[in-house]
Design a protein. Structure first.
Ligand SMILES: Cc1cc2nc3c(=O)[nH]c(=O)nc-3n(C[C@H](O)[C@H](O)[C@H](O)COP(=O)(O)OP(=O)(O)OC[C@H]3O[C@@H](n4cnc5c(N)ncnc54)[C@H](O)[C@@H]3O)c2cc1C
Length: 394
């Protein structure tokens, strides 16, 4: 305990001395976080924060030191998270590298792939995207058709992926391809790592109702990917695909949670609906805010328990569907509430009649519609929970 107290003291002092001003405020949306990568442009403060934290391996605090991680114990990582929260510090880095492909590589990849890919993730040098969905394979992912045919030391890829989040901003993709058409569909899938700069890869952004283009179509025409980039074994990709979805679903529940959400909701309600005796004037809105925040606290605590379990070596299993389902449905409730607080100020798309904050709330509300689709729809999560968590009959 004395060691942990010393670690806490040193950590607090180091964080306070090294965190630049800009990262001492919670981000309003995931877009304000640092996602790293060769194509990302970030302010000097954000870049400096990433550099100093990555230098200590604290972008991935519990990953082993030999792969660039912090090598912290579960207890030390908890202390680091607590001290960062006290100073209201933003995470130095986010993205699919840290939350999805990194944990999978740690569990399943060869030593060679770990040494090649994990350090660039820790330092935010490479940004990753996910090539799972296809026009004919979403919920029924195992039906994917993107073909990979072996030619000596390479696989030649042809086909199309869709809904590739940040495909245009990413440097590498982890991709599921069909390597055998003669066996049951789950048994002919391989998990590959693909450099997005490889000739034959074309990425086209898809424009959404919110006005932004966070995801893309990815076309593959005779793309040559080395066989050494296979994670696990050829035709053994389905088990890895599902393991990664466990990491993804936990991450989605976490990433959309609103840091500082309670204060923001209360301030918004006081501004638009008035204040009485220091409280939000409208008792019904007060009640709705309380409900959302109580549910958020329960989810946060359950996620914290799952994170502790993960650090102790428990792989995320089917129960990650509970976090995904609940976190995304809750985020939609929060966005609906914000829109009803705004009233007609929530109807703006652009123009002088609306503040930047109001326009942002409207767009975030529109964006939240996709939360219950990405990473597997709510209906699919409920199916997984029914069958694999509760053990209900088909
Ligand atoms: C914002 C966003 C980001 C995304 N990012 C990525 C990404 O980075 N990479 C990637 O590969 N994919 C990504 N996706 C794709 C996402 O994984 C798929 O959209 C999702 O899995 C659903 O597949 P689908 O769109 O083909 O819908 P479908 O599978 O066609 O489903 C249509 C409807 O039928 C319902 N349904 C289907 N099967 C069942 C069933 N068995 N029981 C009950 N209901 C069912 C679904 O719930 C849904 O309501 C993203 C999607 C969104 C919205």
């Amino acid at each position: 305990m004395a060691d942990l107290d010393t670690f806490r003291e040193q950590t607090r002092r180091w964080l306070d001395a090294n965190a630049p001003a800009e990262v001492r405020t919670p981000p309003k949306s995931p877009d304000e976080l640092c996602w790293g990568g060769r194509k990302g442009t970030y302010s000097p403060d954000v870049r400096r924060w990433l550099a100093v934290m990555a230098e200590r391996g604290w972008t991935a605090p519990t990953w082993p030191r030999e792969y660039g991680g912090g090598g912290l114990s579960k207890a030390e990582a908890k202390v680091l998270a607590e001290e960062m929260a006290k100073l209201r510090l933003r995470p130095p880095l986010t993205g699919f590298g840290l939350s999805m492909i990194g944990p999978l590589l740690l569990q399943e990849a060869s030593e060679e792939l770990k040494r090649e890919h994990l350090p660039p993730i820790v330092h935010g040098r490479i940004r990753w995207c996910q090539g799972y969905s296809e026009p004919g394979a979403g919920s029924d992912l195992a039906s994917l058709q993107c073909r990979a045919v072996r030619d000596g030391d390479v696989f030649v890829l042809n086909g199309q992926k869709v809904w590739t989040s940040y495909g245009d901003k990413s440097d590498w993709m982890f991709i599921l391809v069909r390597t055998d058409t003669e066996v049951a569909k789950q048994n002919g899938i391989t998990f590959l790592l693909m450099d997005m700069e490889t000739p034959g890869v074309t990425v086209r952004p898809i424009r959404l109702i919110s006005g932004s283009s966070p995801f893309c179509e990815t076309f593959l025409a005779d793309v040559r990917v080395p066989v050494r980039n296979v994670v696990g074994r050829v035709n053994g990709g389905w088990a890895l695909a599902k393991a990664l979805l466990g990491h993804e679903r936990t991450m989605i529940a976490d990433v959309f949670k609103e840091r500082d959400g309670a204060q923001r909701l209360v301030a918004l309600a006081k501004k638009h609906l008035g204040e009485r005796d220091g409280r939000v004037a409208d008792p019904i809105v007060r009640d709705r805010i309380t409900q959302v925040e109580m549910d958020q606290s329960c989810l946060d605590l359950t996620l914290a328990r799952a994170r502790d379990g993960a650090k102790a070596g428990h792989k995320p299993g089917a129960e990650s569907s509970i976090f995904k389902y609940y976190g995304t449905e809750l985020n939609q409730r929060r966005r609906e509430l914000m829109m009803s607080i705004l009233g007609q100020q929530g109807l703006g798309w652009e123009g002088e009649g609306y503040t930047a904050d109001e326009l942002g709330i409207t767009r975030d509300w529109l964006r939240s519609r996709g939360n219950t689709i990405e990473g597997g729809t709510s209906e699919i999560q409920l199916n997984v929970i029914a069958k694999r968590v509760l053990g209900l009959p088909d």
